[in-house]
Write a protein that binds this ligand. Structure first.
Ligand code: ADP
Ligand code: ADP
Length: 224
C-alpha cells in the first residue's frame, strides 16, 4: 500500500462548537492510482490533504506512506521525509519570483544538496512542454505555464506520492483541463501516485477513483 489512512481526525475550535474538519477518515491508495477528493466548500478537503502531506498534525489517527507512519517521525525527520518523498502542488503555484524556471524546478533538490538526474529532468520538462521556458522568470509566464513548472518542481524528487490542492483553481476551464491532461500523461509515464483535491467534476471524472467528503467524513468512494 502506497498510502494508508487510519481513523484520521482533525478538530478545530469554532465560535460555537468544535468543528470536525476531518472526522474518522479511513482509506488506502495503491501505487499508480490517481485519486480525486471532492466535496463542498468546508467539507474538509484541504485539511485532509494537509494531514496526508504532513503539513498539519492530526488529533488522532495514522498516515502511513510506504509503511512509514509519518506522525511517528520527529519534526526534523518529518521535514526530511516530506522533502524526499512528498510532492505538493498548490492552487497558487507558489513559485519563487527571484528564481528562474530551471532554478525553481530543481529547488527541492538544491535544498537537499542533491544534483538532478539530467535524463529524467529533460524528459519531464519535455513532457510538460516547458523546454523553451527554463531561463524565464515566473512573472513572465501564463498561469498554465506556471502550474506546469510547479508540477515539474513537485516531480523532480521522484516523489513516492504527489498531492495537489485545487491545482486548476486559478486557471480558466480550458487551461485547467490542459494542465491536468499533461499531468496525467506525465504521471502515467512515471507510474506516479496522485491524490488531488478539486472542485471541478469534469477533472474528477478523469481520475481512477473519486472520494467524496461531507462534514469531514467520506460519504462516497467510487472507482471509475
Ligand atoms: P475545504 O477544503 O473542503 O473547503 P477545509 O478543510 O478548508 O475544507 O475546512 C474544513 C472545516 O474546517 C471548515 O469548517 C473550516 O472552516 C474549518 N477550518 C479549516 N481550517 C481551520 C482553522 N485553521 N481553524 C479553524 N477552522 C478551520
Ligand atoms: P480552500 O477551501 O480553497 O482550501 P479556504 O479559504 O477554505 O480555502 O482555506 C484557506 C486556508 O484558511 C486554509 O489553510 C485553512 O486551513 C484556513 N481556514 C479555513 N477556514 C478557517 C477558519 N474558519 N479559521 C481559520 N482558518 C481557516
Amino acid at each position: 500500500m502506497m498510502l494508508e489512512v487510519v481513523n484520521l481526525k482533525k478538530y478545530y475550535n469554532g465560535n460555537q462548537a468544535v468543528i470536525k474538519a476531518v472526522d474518522k477518515v479511513d482509506f488506502v491508495v495503491e501505487q499508480k492510482q490517481f485519486v480525486c477528493i471532492i466535496g463542498k466548500s468546508g467539507s474538509g478537503k484541504s485539511t485532509l490533504l494537509n494531514l496526508l502531506a504532513g503539513l498539519e498534525i492530526p488529533a488522532e489517527g495514522e498516515v502511513n506512506i510506504n509503511g512509514i507512519n509519518i506522525y511517528k517521525l520527529s519534526k526534523d525527520d518529518l521535514t526530511k521525509f516530506r522533502r524526499r518523498h512528498i510532492g505538493f502542488i498548490f492552487q497558487n503555484f507558489n513559485l519563487l519570483p527571484m528564481l528562474n524556471v530551471m532554478e525553481n524546478i530543481i529547488l527541492p533538490l538544491s535544498l537537499d544538496n542533491k544534483i538532478p538526474d539530467e535524463e529524467y529532468l529533460k524528459q519531464m520538462i519535455e513532457l510538460l512542454a516547458i523546454e523553451d521556458k527554463v531561463d524565464e522568470f515566473p512573472s513572465t509566464l501564463s498561469g498554465g505555464q506556471q502550474q506546469r513548472v510547479a508540477i515539474a518542481r513537485a516531480l523532480v524528487i521522484k516523489p513516492t506520492i504527489l498531492f495537489a490542492d485545487e491545482p486548476t483553481g486559478n486557471l480558466d476551464k480550458k487551461t485547467g483541463e490542459e494542465v491536468i491532461s499533461l499531468l496525467q500523461s506525465v504521471a502515467k509515464q512515471l507510474n506516479q501516485t496522485i491524490v488531488m483535491v478539486t472542485h471541478d467534476l469534469d477533472i474528477a471524472n478523469k481520475a481512477d477513483r473519486v472520494i467524496t467528503l461531507e462534514d469531514g467524513k467520506i460519504i462516497e468512494d467510487r472507482i471509475l
